[in-house]
Design a protein around this ligand. Structure first.
Ligand code: ZN
Length: 134
C-alpha cells in the first residue's frame, strides 16, 4: 500500500457538508460525482496529497443511508492507494483478511476499488483503490 488516498465521510446533506468542509479546508471541492451502483452522491476536496470524500445517500437502501442510521454522520472509511489492486486483494486474502469484494469494482474519481470487512480491520472499513489505467 502506498499512501492514504482519501478519507470517506458519511454525511446527511451534501450541500451543507460542502459548505462545512470548504470552511475547514479553505478550498472548494474539485468534483462531485454520483455512483449509481452504490446509491451515493460524492464530493471531493484535495488536501495536500490526500483527499476528503463526502458521501451522501441517494436512496434508502444505500450503504451510506444504513451507516448513518446506525452510527450517525462521521468517518466512514479510509482508502489506501495501491499499485495493483488485484494482487493486493489476493495478498490480503492469503493473510486471512475478509474482503467484501473478491474483484475490483468501479469507484468514484476514476478508481478501481475493493473494500475490506471492518471486522478484520479493527472496526475500520478499509478501501483499496487503484487509479484506473487509461
Ligand atoms: Zn472512498
Amino acid at each position: 500500500m502506498n499512501y492514504i488516498e482519501h478519507i470517506g465521510i458519511a454525511v446527511k446533506d451534501l450541500d451543507e457538508a460542502n459548505k462545512i468542509y470548504k470552511a475547514i479546508l479553505g478550498s472548494e471541492n474539485y468534483k462531485t460525482e454520483t455512483v449509481e451502483s452504490e446509491g451515493v452522491d460524492t464530493s471531493f476536496f484535495k488536501i495536500g496529497e490526500s483527499k476528503i470524500e463526502l458521501l451522501a445517500a441517494t436512496r434508502q437502501d444505500s450503504p451510506i443511508a444504513k451507516f448513518i442510521e446506525k452510527r450517525g454522520e462521521g468517518v466512514h472509511h479510509i482508502a489506501f492507494n495501491v499499485s495493483n489492486i488485484t494482487s493486493e486483494i489476493e495478498r490480503l486474502k492469503k493473510e486471512g483478511f475478509v474482503l467484501l469484494n473478491d474483484f475490483p469494482k468501479e469507484g468514484a474519481d476514476n478508481k478501481l476499488v475493493a473494500f475490506m470487512h471492518p471486522k478484520s480491520a479493527t472496526g475500520v472499513l478499509v478501501e483499496l483503490c487503484q487509479e484506473k489505467p487509461v
